[in-house]
Design a protein around this ligand. Structure first.
Ligand SMILES: Cc1cc2nc3c(=O)[nH]c(=O)nc-3n(C[C@H](O)[C@H](O)[C@H](O)COP(=O)(O)O)c2cc1C
Length: 202
């Protein structure tokens, strides 16, 4: 076990607090070493059976082309108020620096060790959640803002085709539009802590 210095645990608490969902981005420089840091973070992530059931695609040079594709999909597949709302949201994301596309790698996520399909799916979702938080915190530590968008319903086939991934092998899990913050984060929702310390032990 590696000893964690007190200032490191304080820095980690600050990093957790700094990570927010930012849905309006502006462009700026791609921080040096960010891609390596994201790759390194993904390698540290725990996953069920160490299966690492993901494929992450980082778009930078083709970021604008990707958002053109997203806007085409929204315009063609959504209607009414929802169409306008998603187009506005896409316009706020396309100004960013890069987009991370998180896919599930179906060849690595099937049932193992007598798990049912549902149990394996649950463990895959949890592993993918761990990955996304690790990527998000890495972005926050570089001064970048991001959010998670779940737009598979109208975007999955277009995103797979854009990345050259076969639909029988991958599933779109989430988009993370990344850039510099162009809006201040809202107040965090107040409320009681849902973590209890021995309260329910009789
Ligand atoms: C599994 C999951 C799915 C989410 N899906 C979306 C989404 O589709 N669009 C979005 O804008 N935010 C999405 N969020 C972000 C949450 O709305 C956000 O984390 C929450 O409101 C707390 O705000 P914060 O991230 O600023 O702390 C998602 C978060 C999680 C963990």
């Amino acid at each position: 076990m590696v000893a964690i210095a007190p200032d490191l645990s304080q820095a980690f608490a600050q990093l957790l607090a700094a990570r927010r969902s930012t849905r309006r981005l502006r462009s700026g420089p791609l921080p040096q070493g960010l891609c390596d840091a994201l790759v390194a973070a993904s390698r540290m992530v725990p996953s069920a059976f160490d299966s690492q059931p993901w494929q992450v695609v980082m778009l930078h040079e083709r970021n604008t082309a990707f958002w053109d594709t997203v806007e085409e999909a929204i315009a063609a597949r959504l209607v009414g108020e929802r169409r306008e709302r998603y187009l506005r949201r896409a316009a706020n994301f396309r100004e960013g620096v890069l987009t991370l596309l998180v896919f599930e790698d179906l060849s690595r996520s099937g049932p193992r060790d007598a798990l049912s399909e549902a149990e394996a799916g649950d463990q895959t979702s949890q592993s993918l959640g761990m990955l996304q938080l690790a990527l998000w915190l890495t972005l926050s530590s570089s001064g970048l803002a991001a959010s998670l968008q779940h737009w598979h319903a109208f975007l999955e086939d277009a995103a797979l085709a854009f990345c050259g991934l076969p639909p029988e092998g991958y599933r779109l899990v989430a988009l993370m539009p990344v850039g510099y913050e162009a809006e201040s984060p809202s107040e965090r929702a107040a409320g009681p802590s849902r973590v209890a310390f021995e309260r329910f032990v009789s």
